[in-house]
Write a protein that binds this ligand. Sequence first.
Ligand SMILES: *[C@@H]1O[C@H](CO)[C@@H](O)[C@H](O)[C@H]1NC(C)=O
Ligand SMILES: *[C@@H]1O[C@H](CO)[C@@H](O)[C@H](O)[C@H]1NC(C)=O
Ligand SMILES: *[C@@H]1O[C@H](CO)[C@@H](O)[C@H](O)[C@H]1NC(C)=O
Length: 429
Amino acid sequence: MGKEKMGFWVVGVLVLVLILGSSATNDDRQQRWRKAMMSGETTGSSMLINRVPSSIVLPLHGNVYPIGFYNVTLNIGQPSKPYFLDVDTGSDLTYLQCDTPRSQCTEAPHPYYKPSNNLVAWSDPICQYLRTSSDKGGENPGPCYYEVVYADGGSSFGILVKDAFNLNFTSEKHQSPLLALGCGYVQHPSGTYHPIDGVLGLGRGKPSIVSQLSGLGLVRNVIGHCLSGRGGGFLFFGDDLYDSSRVVWTPMSPNAKYYSPGFAELTFDGKTTGFKNLIIAFDSGASYTYLNSQAYQGLISLIKGELSKKFLSEALDDHTLPICWKGWKPFESVRDVKKYFKTFALSFMNGGKSKTQLEFPPEAYLIISSKGNACLGILNGTEVGLNDLNVIGDISMQDRVVIYDNEKQLIGWAPGNCDRLPRSRSIII
Ligand SMILES: *[C@@H]1O[C@H](CO)[C@@H](O)[C@H](O)[C@H]1NC(C)=O
Ligand SMILES: *[C@@H]1O[C@H](CO)[C@@H](O)[C@H](O)[C@H]1NC(C)=O
Ligand SMILES: *[C@@H]1O[C@H](CO)[C@@H](O)[C@H](O)[C@H]1NC(C)=O
C-alpha cells in the first residue's frame, strides 16, 4: 500500500555538509548563533541537579482510524508557544517545521517555529550521534545539519538548535530546560499527509528528548505510552508512575537501533504456526502492524480459514485497507465482530530464560471502516520495504501501557486504562 503512516526511519539520519549561504545576513546569523551557543552551554551545566524521582505526563490526541496517528502538544521556545508533534518511538530526533527565509515546509496547525539563535555545534555529542560513518572523519567547526528520512517517504532536513522546553513534572515542579531539537527547513510530506508542526522522536539514541532530560538529571530515561482504543491516551517520561512487578518485561535487543525485544514466534489461537525468528520492533509512529510477507500470508490464511465457517464475506469494494470483511449489516465497533476472530500472539524467547507473550486480541488488529466493515490492520511489511523487520504499530498497542526502559534496556507491557490521565504521584498500573 505504502499509504499508511509509518514513523520508522529507514535510511537513518545523515548529517550533510552544506555550503553555507554566502549572503551577509546568513553569516551574521551564524555568528550570533555561535555566540549564543557558548553562553547556552554554561546555562546547561548549571542545570545539572540531583536526581529526583519525577515524571512528565503528557495527554495524547488522535486514534488509529480514521486519524491515523497520535499527537502531543509541547510548549517550546522563549516565550514558549504550543506545537502539535507526532509521537514516534521509531526515530530519535525531535524537530519542528521551521521558519527561515528559504524554508520549504508543509502545512502546519501553528505558525512555523522561529529558531532560537542557540546553535548546536558540530562537535556536540548529539550531532556526533547523528553523523553517519561516511562523514565521521575530519573537523568541521560549523553548525550541525541533519536529515531524517522516514519509512513512509516523508523527510526533514535542517539544523540543530537548542531551545527551552516548558515542562510540568509530577513532582509539581515546572522547568524549562534547554534541549536540542531540529529546526527543519525542508520537509517532504509522506504518502499519508496530515498537517503537523513536527515529530517527537523517542527512539533509543542520544538525540531523544528523554535521553537529554535524563542527562540533565530531570527524569530517568524511560518512556511509556498508553494509547486508548477510544482515542487519546497519554505519554510519560520517567519511571515512578508504575509498579514494575506488574509489567511483563523482555530485554531490548542490544544491537538494534530501534526498540526491539528480539526474535519472536507467531502463535495462533494458542497453537504454533511454524513462523519463528521474526525480528520485531515497536513503533508508535506506525498506525498499523506490519509482518513480513511469509508471516503475513500465513496469518491471513489462518484468519480466513476460521472465517470460512462464519457469516462474514470479503468486502472487495472497501479499499480502506487491503483486506476488509462485511457482515449482513454494517458493524459499529470491533465488539460486534470480536466473536468471529481469534487471538494470536508473539512469543519472545527472552534470552532463552523464559517466554513472554504479546497477545493480539481482535481489538489489536481490526478496525471498523467508515463503511461498517471490519478491516485487517496487519499489513505486508515486505511491500513497503521493511524486508524482514516486523513492526508493531499503534493498532496493536492500544489499551495497554508500553514502556521502553532505556536504562535497564527492557521493553515492557501491561494492560492499562488509557482514558484517565494519571494525576501527580499516582500509579497507573
Ligand atoms: C493534535 O492535538 C490537538 C489537541 O492537543 C488537537 O486539537 C489537534 O487536532 C491534533 N492535531 C491533529 C493533526 O490531529
Ligand atoms: C503546567 O501547569 C500549569 C499549572 O498547573 C498550567 O497552567 C500549564 O499550562 C502547564 N504547562 C504545560 C506546559 O503543560
Ligand atoms: C507482500 O509483498 C511482496 C512484495 O511486494 C509480494 O511479493 C508478496 O506477494 C506480498 N505478500 C502477500 C501475501 O500479499
